[in-house]
Structure formats: structure tokens, C-alpha cells
Design a protein around this ligand. Structure first.
Ligand code: DUC
Ligand code: ZN
Ligand code: ZN
Ligand code: ZN
Length: 484
């Protein structure tokens, strides 16, 4: 049994050319003109691209007194409907829970996944057991990324000493640390002040976490990563202050990667001033939406390459869940959806406007993150031997985004009413057609865990200042007596 994607134009992160793609056993086996196979998928007028990889999702996540509503079944189905063929979720150990116990819980959520997935492991506390288990997580479980929350004080947040220790451990293990960069102490104090002053609506959520708290934390994490001698990945980069810190670090030669979200690129803070409480609360996420200047900065970063990846932080809560926060914005579960809409929205607002080339689109939705996560070219590539995770993209297909027709299980969509042009004709997950135009053919349980090897030591080179300040032993005489 073989399939041939016929008559399309292949678009990868570096090339655009006409060729057919032949698939067997879930992998690409041949690329070239005039191929034939048992089954043909017509790609006339379409671009054949590596499926999207969303490295930042929270499916069925226990958070703020509830669980995010999309699980691995509906979440991966939503992804496939929008051309995304792999997701990476965050495994969050609870207080006192070991990393391996938490992983067991996360494994148990995935049996109905429709597409391939992987996990990042969160470091939510620091002790000898965590230190030891990190090695097992990397070497035995194939997880080479560790997430650190610099916010969510009293819950997920780690302090600087813990984060620095974990960064050093990542360096030893060939793992990549990730940070949610917001100054959690300052957010907590601003939240308390806003509530005490009677600012309890969803707009106050945005006031409680201004761009400065993100810029400060991003810069701090970068400096600590440099001291630890490890690269750094900054999730949901939403503002110029954070982007500026990342640009500066990269300019110095540091491997620091920034990840703007499709929501921050296309929606702004005016959403919080809608008179309707539900409208604003549904858009409460951290970091919050920013103004136009910050959006321009993020687009510029994608164009110039100072920002590397577009993700979603898909963390969907229903309107009823959002209403936990009526009268106290700090109780509104933080999170928005986006898995199904990331590629169509980025194509519409990036490629169709001329801000991004098609090749840049593939780079920031798939190939760059495949390389950063060390799964390239199994994922993120149209190459012989790669997994046939492919989106056949019809640049002429349009729709109006609506909760009524989405795959996500929630009752609204933050992009409701937005027109997109550029949609999948087919989405294939390891060679299986999961989406054919608007027909969903996903198969529960098809998704597999993707193991990710640790990085080579060569991926550690950062600035060299440590040599300049290496402790130097000084022999002294004449030490004054004390306590006399
Ligand atoms: N931000 C959100 O909005 N939701 C999940 C976690 C996060 O950091
Ligand atoms: Zn976060
Ligand atoms: Zn509204
Ligand atoms: Zn997140």
C-alpha cells in the first residue's frame, strides 16, 4: 500500500519546487516527478508542507482549580483540522510529586491521541530527588526539555536559586531549559493591590502583568542560562521588552529562542475593554494581549529571525470555567485556545500580507522547532525517510472562524468571525489522511509518543565570560585576628 501526493508544489523551510511525494509505512519514501502509488491525493494548486508542530499546549491540565477542557483526543483533532501534526504538552508535577509519578499520570491521558505528541517536564520544586530523576527523564524517557515557571507564585513558580540549579543540571544532561518569563513576585503584589483598590474585572488581569514584568524576567532567565552555560527557550514572548532581551542575547552569540503566540500576533489589548465580561474573561491568559507596538515587534522578530517559533499555548477553558473569576480576576483560569487556527491565521496575516515568505512560514510553524526539540528530520521535513506528517495546503480555501464549526470542545473561539484564506486540503499524520477539506477522518489512538534525544555538547557554546571570573585561589598572609 502506498500513497502519492500528486501535482503539488513542495514548500520547505528553504526550498520551493514542484514534485510528487510517495508515502509507504507512514514515511516519505520518494520525492520526484510523475510518481505513482496505490492511492493518489490530488494536490493541484496546493503547497505540500511539513505538518505544523505546536510545541506549547496544555491538554487536560489541572490548573487554577479546574482542568483545561481539550484533552489529547479533541486537542490533537483540532490540531490536525488546522494542519498541525504534532503537539508538545507540559507534564506538571504537583507539590511533593516526583517527576516520574507525574509522567505516569501524563502517559495515562494520551491513549486517544489522534496525532503524535511529546512532553516537556516542568521543574516545580528543587530537591535531590528532582536532581536525580532529571537524568532518568532525559535518558530513559526521551524528554530533553525542562520548563520553569517564573510566575504563579505559591503554585508552579520556582525561585532563582532553584531555577539556576536546574539550568546547570540541564547543561550537564544535554537538555534545554524553557521559561515562562514573568516576575511572579511583582505580579502577585500588583494583583493584591488592584483587588484591594476594587479593580476586580478581567481587564485588571492585564494591568497586573505589564510588559516590564516579562522583560525583566526574560532578561534574568537569559543571564542565569548564560551563567549555567546552557541554551534557553523563552515561551510565549509577547512584548518588545522580552524580545529586546532575546535579540541582545542572540547578538552576543547565545542560543536563546523566542516563541511568540498566534494570539499575541493577531489580537490586542482592546479585547479586554469589550463591555461584555465573558468576552474579556475568555481572553484572559498569561502573558496578556498587548498593544499594536508590541505586535509590530513580534512580527519584526519573525521576519528578521530574532524570534524562532509561532506556538499557541493552547489551554482552553469553557465560559463556565472562566466565570470562576467573577468578582476576582485572579481566579479566572488563564488560557486561550488556538491549536486549530494557528496555521490559517499565520498564513492569512503573515504570508497573504507579505510579512512572511512561505518558506519562513514553514520554518516558524514546523522546521525550526523540530530542530530546537532535536526531532529533525523525523519531524519538520519533507525528505525521504521523514515521517509523513504533511499538510497539503490550499491557499485559496477560505472560511470564517467560528466556535460552531471548530473541533475544540469549548463553547467560543477567541478568533470568532475572523476570515482566513489558506486551509488544509489534506492533513496526513504518519501517512494516514486525518483531514480531507472539512471532513474529519482522525483515528483515536493513532498518535504516538515521540522520544527526543539529548543534545550534543556542542550545543552549549555561549559567551565565554566565565573564564574571566573563574575562582582564583589567593594565598594570603597577615589575616587579621577577629573576635578580640
Ligand atoms: N498561561 C496561560 O495563559 N495558561 C496556561 C499557563 C500559562 O502560562
Ligand atoms: Zn506560560
Ligand atoms: Zn464581546
Ligand atoms: Zn503554557
Amino acid at each position: 500500500m502506498s500513497k502519492v501526493i500528486k501535482g503539488g508544489t513542495i514548500v520547505t523551510a528553504d526550498l520551493t519546487y514542484k514534485a510528487d511525494v510517495k508515502i509507504e509505512g507512514g514515511r516519505i519514501v520518494e520525492i520526484g516527478p510523475n510518481l505513482s502509488g496505490t492511492e493518489t491525493l490530488d494536490a493541484t494548486g496546493c503547497y505540500v508542507m511539513p505538518g505544523g508542530i505546536d510545541p506549547h499546549v496544555h491538554l487536560e491540565m489541572p490548573f487554577m482549580g479546574t482542568y483545561s477542557s481539550d484533552d489529547f483526543e479533541s486537542g490533537t483533532r483540532a490540531g490536525l483540522a488546522g494542519g498541525t501534526t504534532m503537539v508538545v504538552d507540559f507534564c506538571l508535577p504537583g507539590p511533593e510529586q516526583s517527576l516520574l509519578e507525574a509522567l505516569q499520570m501524563w502517559d495515562n491521558k494520551t491513549s486517544r491521541a489522534n496525532a503524535d505528541y511529546s512532553f516537556h517536564m516542568a521543574i516545580t520544586g528543587w530537591n535531590e530527588r528532582v536532581f536525580n530523576e532529571m537524568e532518568t527523564v532525559v535518558k530513559d524517557r526521551g524528554i530533553n526539555t525542562f520548563k520553569h515557571f517564573m510566575a504563579y507564585k505559591g503554585a508552579l513558580m520556582v525561585n532563582d536559586d532553584e531555577m539556576f540549579a536546574s539550568f546547570q543540571r540541564c547543561a550537564e544532561l544535554g537538555a534545554l531549559p524553557l521559561v515562562h518569563a514573568e516576575n511572579g513576585d511583582v505580579v502577585a503584589s500588583m494583583t493584591a493591590k488592584l483587588l484591594a483598590d476594587g479593580n476586580n474585572g478581567p481587564e485588571a488581569h492585564a494591568y497586573s502583568r505589564p510588559p516590564e514584568v516579562e522583560g525583566e524576567a526574560t532578561n534574568r532567565a537569559i543571564m542565569l542560562a548564560d551563567m549555567a552555560g546552557v541554551p534557553l527557550y523563552v515561551v510565549h514572548t509577547s512584548c518588545e521588552q522580552a524580545h529586546e532581551a532575546i535579540r541582545r542575547a542572540r547578538q552576543k552569540g547565545m542560543r536563546v529562542y523566542g516563541e511568540p503566540l498566534i494570539q499575541h500576533l493577531t489580537l490586542d489589548e482592546s479585547e479586554y475593554f469589550d463591555k461584555d465580561w465573558d468576552h474579556a474573561a475568555r481572553r484572559v491568559m498569561s502573558p496578556p494581549f498587548r498593544n499594536k507596538q508590541h505586535q509590530d515587534s513580534l512580527w519584526a522578530g519573525l521576519q528578521s529571525g530574532s524570534l524562532s517559533v509561532v506556538a499557541t499555548d493552547h489551554c482552553a477553558f469553557t465560559t463556565d470555567q472562566k466565570r470562576f473569576g467573577v468578582g476576582d480576576f485572579s481566579k479566572i483560569p488563564n488560557g486561550t485556545g488556538g491549536l486549530e487556527d494557528r496555521l490559517p491565521m499565520l498564513w492569512t496575516h503573515g504570508v497573504n500580507t507579505g510579512r512572511l515568505t512561505m518558506n519562513e512560514f514553514v520554518a516558524v510553524t514546523s522546521t525550526n522547532i523540530a530542530k530546537i526539540l532535536n526531532v529533525y528530520p523525523k519531524k519538520g521535513a519533507i525528505l525521504v525517510g521523514a515521517d509523513a506528517d504533511i499538510v497539503v495546503w490550499d491557499p485559496k480555501r477560505s472560511k470564517t472562524i467560528s466556535a460552531k464549526t471548530q473541533q475544540s470542545s469549548i463553547d467560543y473561539n477567541v478568533f470568532e468571525g475572523k476570515q482566513v484564506t489558506g486551509l488544509p486540503r489534506f492533513t496526513l499524520t504518519r501517512g494516514k489522511v486525518a483531514i480531507e477539506e472539512s471532513t474529519v477522518k482522525t483515528k483515536e489512538g493513532h498518535g504516538q509518543f515521540v522520544k527526543r534525544e539529548p543534545f550534543q555538547a556542542v550545543n552549549k557554546a555561549l559567551s565565554t565570560w566565565k573564564e574571566l571570573v573563574a575562582p582564583r585561589k589567593v594565598e594570603r598572609s597577615g589575616i587579621p585576628a577577629t573576635g578580640v
